[in-house]
Design a binder for this molecule. Structure first.
Ligand SMILES: Nc1ncnc2c1ncn2[C@@H]1O[C@H](COP(=O)(O)OP(=O)(O)OP(=O)(O)O)[C@@H](O)[C@H]1O
Length: 246
């Protein structure tokens, strides 16, 4: 994609798990740029290293070798405290499982990460985040009283509260029906179009991936091509081909 700066850069990143005979190389000298203001989907066969790549890029997992640069900061050599600070400042993360606290209201769930960081978020900011995601009427509801799509939108509001430079999403529509999926993807698309949010999203779903500006494919722990301006059909065709050759 022809844009300026990389918001996230992986240079020759390798990450393996297990020892000797059981050793699995999840990422094998991966070099990738994720440009600022661009919505990138990451697709690939099961076990191709997508989640590992996302976690390394977000500074959640450490790499064995190579370099990750996140929002201009090299992660190598940062201690745990500095890494946590960097993540809090610059990274939002949403998962397939919404990871909301069942006993807390939507408002309390959104405010929680900042409270845990020792800050008291302004009620106005929390409400604005929920309003923006169409949850204005649901602020006092607990997760059990919300649909899957609404719960994922609460998780999104929580991830976006601090205005992160990058939003990472690992299968954000994996647990949603197609209508809720579409709503969540439309919200992500709008976020990129209206605020220039950088998004990196792992997905198995060609329809979800088609909301992105580009799809980066992984196979066997290595980059396997990029598809610009994807359609669901083109995405599905590429992934089928990768799965067959894998
Ligand atoms: N914590 C871990 N311990 C051992 N092996 C791991 C660990 N995390 C990942 N792996 C292995 O690394 C490889 C890549 O896993 P990863 O979860 O990144 O793939 P993925 O493309 O996200 O897969 P999926 O689409 O099935 O979620 C797999 O072979 C996996 O079994």
């Amino acid at each position: 994609m022809d844009t300026g700066t990389a918001m996230v850069r992986l240079e020759s990143v390798s990450r393996g798990f297990g020892k000797r005979d059981n050793r699995v190389i999840a990422l094998d000298e991966v070099t990738l740029d994720f440009p600022e203001g661009v919505f990138t989907a990451v697709m690939g066969p099961s076990g191709s290293g997508k989640s590992t790549m996302l976690q390394c890029a977000a500074g959640i997992d450490r790499v064995d070798s190579g370099e990750v640069t996140l929002a201009g900061t090299r992660l190598r050599g940062l201690g745990e405290a500095a890494l946590t600070r960097l993540r809090r400042q610059h990274v939002g993360f949403v998962f397939q499982t919404f990871n909301l606290i069942p006993s807390l209201t939507a408002r309390q769930n959104v405010a929680l990460p900042l409270m845990l960081a020792g800050k008291k978020p302004a009620r106005k900011a929390v409400d604005a985040a929920l309003d923006r995601l169409g949850l204005g009427e649901r602020k006092q509801h607990r997760p059990g009283e919300l649909s899957g799509g609404q719960q994922q939108r609460v998780a999104l509001a929580r991830a976006l509260l601090t205005g992160p430079k990058v939003l990472f999403a690992d299968e954000p529509t994996g647990a949603l029906d197609s209508k809720s999926s579409r709503q969540v993807m439309q919200l992500l698309r709008e976020l990129v179009d209206t605020t220039g949010q950088t998004i990196i999203m792992v997905t198995h779903d060609p329809v979800a991936a088609s909301y992105a500006d580009q799809i980066v494919f992984l196979a066997d722990g290595r980059p396997a091509g990029v598809l610009e301006s994807p359609t669901p059909e083109l995405a599905a065709a590429r992934i089928t081909k990768l799965e067959q050759s894998w």
